[in-house]
Design a protein around this ligand. Structure first.
Ligand code: ADP
Ligand code: MG
Length: 399
């Protein structure tokens, strides 16, 4: 995939009607926005467009209305919050591509902003229906995609509309693609990737693709036990993808052939049972990775492993991290994840965190501002690391 895409700065937007796809899929509770982070993140692109005299038509999805009008998923609350943040009115359309949206889009003046209703109120959106894509395109002269979180989906408002309009990216996508694209295509070395999370099967292609690129691949979290099993160790009651043991053997072989250092846990924190509730009290001890008893479950990486992984990060120039090292939702089992977050925070390397839970962990633990880039899209960043072409990015004009 070509990561060098035209952005809003590469085109003339003055007097143009610009359809800008944002990620306004904000969390809400009882009709109120509980975090406006995503709206704030969209401001640079919106402000740029307004200041350069564009007629800005914003669109987004929120939740899963499944093609039906659901008043509780109306974007009106987003328009109100956006208006407060911009200190300017934001015109709210009563529909997505209906009479009201068309009339309001046609009446927009240079520098004005409007927001269409939730694009997923339209049945065609998630089907990437050309009819809907065309109707969206008819509202505007140019398409700007700035929603990284949905860039791995080929929907009408994320990709389909680009069949009918010149398409470029906004600042958010430019940043995601710039930093992650560079890391994957032309990384400063040593390049270290750290993978964790629950299961090997969630990240099969990520492991395979990263082995083509990195100098060191670190495996922790629940997925590590299938690798340990592939080494012939018994893993007790730990998470095990039995069907993936051969795959793990293949990956260990591939790492050796490629000269990639593959680091696995050398010790692990175990307990008699998985914590219930997940953040409830739990009694743990640490055992060597080749001495996990039959009656225990591995729930975090041990102290020696934290040291080993931390040392690998220390020497790196580029670090990509996806997936927690243990059941970090439990304070007793969060030390491994905290240690990795700390190692990234202390490092001078370009540090990139992708994946919903790892990003959340960084933020909860207060490391977010010490990381070069925390991806805003869990699923999208995973597909990026898999080396897949993201439809919402592939559809944009190359520089
Ligand atoms: P991300 O969203 O960052 O990609 P995943 O969704 O793949 O991460 O995995 C996160 C989940 O993995 C967390 O809920 C965590 O509790 C779980 N997990 C991590 N280590 C273990 C383990 N040893 N055993 C069971 N679950 C684990
Ligand atoms: Mg997750």
């Amino acid at each position: 995939m070509n990561y060098n895409k035209k952005s809003v700065e590469d085109i003339d937007v003055k007097g143009k009607r610009v359809l800008c796809r944002c990620d306004f899929n904000v969390p809400t509770k009882e009709g109120k926005i509980t975090s406006d982070k995503r709206i704030v993140a969209a401001l640079p692109t919106i402000r740029y467009l307004m200041e350069h005299g564009a007629r800005v038509i914003l669109c987004s999805h929120m939740g899963k209305p499944k093609g039906e009008w659901k008043s509780e998923l109306s974007l009106k609350i987003v328009a109100d919050r956006l208006s407060e943040l911009l200190g300017k009115p934001v015109i709210m359309a009563a529909d997505v591509v209906g009479e009201d949206a068309k009339a309001k889009a046609a009446a927009l003046k240079d520098g004005e902003v409007m927001l269409l209703e939730n694009v997923r109120f339209e049945k065609g959106e998630t089907k990437n229906d050309p009819e809907l894509s065309k109707k969206l395109a008819e509202l505007a002269d140019v398409f700007v995609n700035d929603a990284f979180g949905t860039a791995h989906r080929a929907h009408s408002s994320t990709a389909g509309v680009a069949d009918y309009l010149p398409a470029v990216c906004g600042y958010l996508i430019a940043k995601e693609v710039g930093i992650m694209g560079k890391a994957l295509a032309d990384p400063e070395r040593p390049f270290v990737a750290i993978l964790g999370g629950a299961k090997v099967s969630d990240k099969l292609n990520v492991i395979n693709n990263l082995l083509e690129k990195v100098d060191t691949l670190i495996i922790g979290g629940g997925m590590a036990y299938t690798f340990l099993a592939a080494k012939g160790y018994s893993v007790g009651k730990s998470l095990l993808d039995t069907e993936k043991i051969d795959y793990c053997k293949d990956m260990m072989r591939k790492a050796e052939e490629k000269g990639v250092k593959l680091l696995l846990p050398v010790d692990t924190v175990v307990a008699a049972e998985f914590p219930n509730p997940i953040d409830g009290p739990i009694e743990v001890r640490t055992v060597a990775a080749d001495a996990i008893g039959d009656d225990v479950e591995g729930l975090d990486i041990g102290e020696k492993t934290r040291q080993l992984f931390g040392d690998a990060v220390k020497n790196a120039k580029t670090v990509v991290w996806n997936g927690p090292m243990g059941v970090f939702e439990n304070p007793t089992l969060a030390a491994g994840t905290i240690a990795v977050a700390q190692a990234l925070a202390d490092s001078d390397a370009v540090t990139i965190v992708g994946g919903g839970d790892s990003a959340a962990a960084c933020e909860q633990l207060g490391f977010a501002d010490k990381i070069t880039h925390i991806s805003t899209g869990g699923g999208a960043s995973l597909e990026f690391l898999e080396g897949l072409e993201l439809p919402g990015i592939a559809c944009l004009q190359d520089k």
